[in-house]
Design a protein around this ligand. Sequence first.
Ligand code: FES
Length: 148
Amino acid sequence: MKWLIAGFGAVSLAGVLYPVFRFLKPPAAVSGAIGQVVNIGAVSSFPAGQLTAVTVNDQPAYVNNADGTYAVHSLLCTHLGCVVGVADGRLHCPCHGSDFAATGAVVKGPAKLPLPPYHSEVKNGSLLVGPIDLSKTSYPGWYTGEFR
Ligand code: FES
């Protein structure tokens, strides 16, 4: 009878502790997705001269096809982190009105820093995208270019 009570207690304790453990474990460690190289599609799906909204590891981003040269940038605004909209060839942040050029450069503030690029390359006709590259600009500590 003691073994039965001890076993029941151990199962009950595990039932309480497991959800607590899952809650405390950081989400990035659970998914492991941020920073992985992903195939976001055939380059033919990104027309020349257009900006195309995509997701990279569930992060908002856009592809700029400048006459066969492909660049992928984050869509997280460098002002306060809202998602920048892509429409009619424009990159406009709906929160405070910043505008960005296709290259990610700031056209109009209040944002002061460009939208950062992802590492990317074309391989076998597909656009492969790797980790975000924050090395070209000095971003503030809170800004990672991705939701965490
Ligand atoms: Fe984009 Fe403020 S968050 S302009």
